[in-house]
Design a protein around this ligand. Sequence first.
Ligand code: SF4
Ligand code: SF4
Length: 332
Amino acid sequence: MPIKPTTLQFKAQERNVFFHLLTACNLSCSHCYINIDQHGAQTVSRETMERWLELFYQPAKQSNIIFLGGEPTLHPDLAHGIRYARQLGYATITVDSNGFLFHDLLARIEPGEAVLSFSLDGPDAAVNDPIRGQDVFATCIANLKKALALGFEVSVIYTVSRMNLHHLERMPALLHSLGVKRFFIQVIGIRGKSAATAETLQLSPDEWLSVIPPVAQEAAERGIHVIYPKVFLAEGEEFACAGEVAENFFIFPNGRVYKCPLCEDFPIHALEIKDNRLVETQGLNEERFFQLHIPEGCVMNKLLQPGNIEYRTDGTPKHRISCCLLKQEMKK
Ligand code: SF4
Ligand code: SF4
């Protein structure tokens, strides 16, 4: 019997904090979403890291923290940040890394203190390295194996674009052979560098629907827990904007705080941190966009990526586009 996908609905009792500790990175991936003009070039200090972790921790909710960058392991105090988040009471702590694991991270934290998520954009160096950089595949795989051998919980993130779509089908076998139990498939966001080459990178609805679910199915059959964006809502499925019904905060080192990742290339953040306090921004910010309910579903998608909406002859959209934060899971 085929494994059915389940939609992971937004949970009112959960808060997800995506903390970009810095924007610097040792790599220069072709689809990098970091935008120095908007997010600054700073690195948060150890003290700021502590204050901001306190600021976003919400004891009444399940608070989850995801440390990102740039490359978060370039931050010399990442291990401290992980422990500090744990002491505060964050329920889950994840580090999204490009696989280089600087500052000897594996020796400085214990398995169980954080989940390590490795980015791989191909099942081998021939696919991965033209996107992420020379020898990146070998380094990432070597560190991933080391982490698994030490007992860390490990996941892999694969960002799908036209450059690697047709190699995704080889990922389930690779992950199975490595012993990775969690696989995140991401759709390329038209942000940062990829905004300039959107047409050559972005997938059509048919490409997405014909490739992603069968690969997720195969991975799930191999015992891997797969999570991937919903993207298209089926007939009758309700649309919800996470900006209105969920608590997600995307924090940047310059103090900007977004509620929607699609807005990150623009100065329309809903919140900002000033003197370690969270303040609402005034004027036309992302929250004004969330309130515009349209037949196409996600309003930011309609503004930024109208190419992935198809219309019937009567002008109505064929599919509504879901919130980019709405995920599906497949697992045995
Ligand atoms: S590893 Fe991440 S932050 Fe670094 S260049 Fe690649 S996409 Fe950008
Ligand atoms: S992606 Fe669309 S639906 Fe989701 S938070 Fe942003 S604007 Fe709202």
